[in-house]
Design a protein around this ligand. Structure first.
Ligand code: PFF
Length: 450
């Protein structure tokens, strides 16, 4: 059954695809700026603990359920449910998951479109076409729609090719390019004046903030968003993994790659900000905090590149190219969630499903763009701050409580006959049963009332 619905052909292919999903705008943009405004290395420490102790076990829950069922989330949660009620709730969780994945893609495509526009703008600057370059970096409906559509077209094109020819082939090509580009940029930026101040801001911990609820909630949200959890993305990628593979080690590698790239991106973004400061660009807002999020990426960094002459233009092309690639390997995993569901539950051909769903998501993006000030922030908050952790909670509950323990063990034994003797089987089952749901819920409640 597995091969007729597509399968990753190698460990490397899976790791590139899953790490490609995980490594995205969240790593290169979100993580470094959050670290900067939440206590530097103190945030890093909390993030690492949450990533390994909470996000990795939750990732494993999705991968194992997916591989067992070799099916989309709706079908998979139904498969492992013993009773009618759990089957019904499982269906609901799967359906909400694919709606949330589609909504995440609808705002992600807008932001990724800006990245492509900024990259092309710098290329135009290189060839001396200032007018075109200016239009590409100016916020406007036409530009936003055109580049969102371009990005969606790339995503649709890759997903229409299927698991092996599309997702695996493109992730395996793009991820190494991403890594090389990131390393080149880090090395270059670290040679510039002012970079060491950025390193200090990043690496000197401010422990006064470590236990603040705000910091822990930010770090949890980041870890879940960063590992693409809660929406069935990792579940569907897990469903394309061969039964021969050792899942805990595959999941560990994906977590490691994801965290390493986020940490590495910190060595680019924070030093770059302080180089900007050194060059006379304002990097603090009125409240005295570091400028973050969209203003950082689309105002501070371009202002920095402007102060660096021709080298700045080249760095700008590379930086926005890096962002575009990171976004693309993530967006394909988001689109695969509703596409796999539609193919498997409604019998559509892959091409038809991809075009219909891609079109509908692009339509959502247009609606968000037309009501930008009200919808953009709202969709991001609802999907990433609330839905992802809550859905992640449900996946843990299904793996830990609903699914029969013997079947879970049988699934893990497939790629790892001695799993019962290992550390993973000693810790993970009760972890995913008790620790993960309790902590996710605790932090969530705290974020609502705290
Ligand atoms: N992990 C991606 C990032 O860090 O940018 C975002 C993401 C991808 C979220 C896929 C959700 C998802 F299903």
């Amino acid at each position: 059954m597995a091969s007729s619905r597509g399968e990753f052909s190698s460990r490397f292919g899976f790791i590139m695809a899953a790490a490609g999903s995980a490594v995205g705008l969240g790593n290169i943009w979100g993580f470094p700026t959050q670290a900067a405004s939440n206590g530097g290395a103190a945030f890093l420490l909390v993030y690492l603990i949450l990533a390994f102790c909470l996000a990795y076990p939750a990732l494993m829950a999705e991968l194992i359920i997916g591989r067992h069922a070799h099916a989309n989330a709706v079908n998979a949660l139904r498969t492992i449910s013993p009773g009618a009620l759990s089957r019904r709730i499982g269906t609901g969780v799967g359906v909400v998951g694919f709606i949330v994945a589609s909504l995440i893609l609808s705002f992600y495509a807008i932001v990724a479109g800006w990245m492509i526009a900024f990259c092309i703008s710098s290329l135009l600057q290189l060839v001396g076409w200032g007018g075109g370059a200016e239009w590409l970096v100016s916020f406007g409906m036409e530009r936003n729609v055109i580049f969102m559509l371009l990005f969606m077209a790339l995503t649709v094109g890759i997903i229409s090719e299927g698991v092996h020819q599309g997702i695996e082939r493109w992730s395996s090509r793009l991820m190494p390019v991403l890594l090389v580009t990131l390393v080149l940029l880090v090395v270059y930026v670290l040679t510039l004046d002012g970079a060491t101040d950025g390193l200090k801001a990043y690496l000197l911990p401010d422990f006064s903030q470590v236990l603040s609820p705000k910091l822990i909630i930010s770090a949890l949200g980041s870890a879940f968003f960063s590992l693409s959890l809660g929406v069935g993305t990792m579940l569907i990628y897990g469903s394309y993994v061969s039964d021969k593979e050792n899942l805990p080690s595959l999941g560990g590698m994906v977590t490691l790659v994801d965290i390493s790239i986020a940490v590495l991106a910190g060595f680019l973004v924070l030093p770059a900000m302080y180089v900007a400061l050194h060059n006379g660009v304002e990097i603090f807002n009125e409240a005295g905090n570091l400028i973050s999020e969209d203003t950082l990426i689309f105002t501070v960094l371009p202002a920095l590149f402007d102060t660096m002459g021709i080298a700045g233009i080249v760095v700008s092309v590379l930086f926005f190219f890096l962002m575009s690639i990171a976004a693309l390997t993530s967006s394909i995993s988001m689109l695969e969630v509703p596409v796999a569901y539609t193919i498997e539950e409604h019998g559509l051909s892959r091409k038809k499903a991809v075009f219909i769903i891609g079109g509908l998501i692009a339509l959502c993006s247009v609606v968000i763009l037309a009501n930008f000030s009200t919808l953009f922030g709202l969709v991001i908050a609802v999907t990433t701050r609330y839905s992802q952790p809550l859905l992640g909670f449900m996946f843990c509950v299904y793996a830990g409580w609903v699914w029969h323990r013997d079947n879970l063990l049988a699934e893990l034994r497939k790629g790892n006959p001695d799993v019962e003797q290992g550390l993973f089987w000693k810790i993970w089952p009760w972890y995913v049963r008790v620790v993960c749901p309790l902590i996710i819920l605790g932090i969530f409640v705290q974020s609502l009332f705290g």
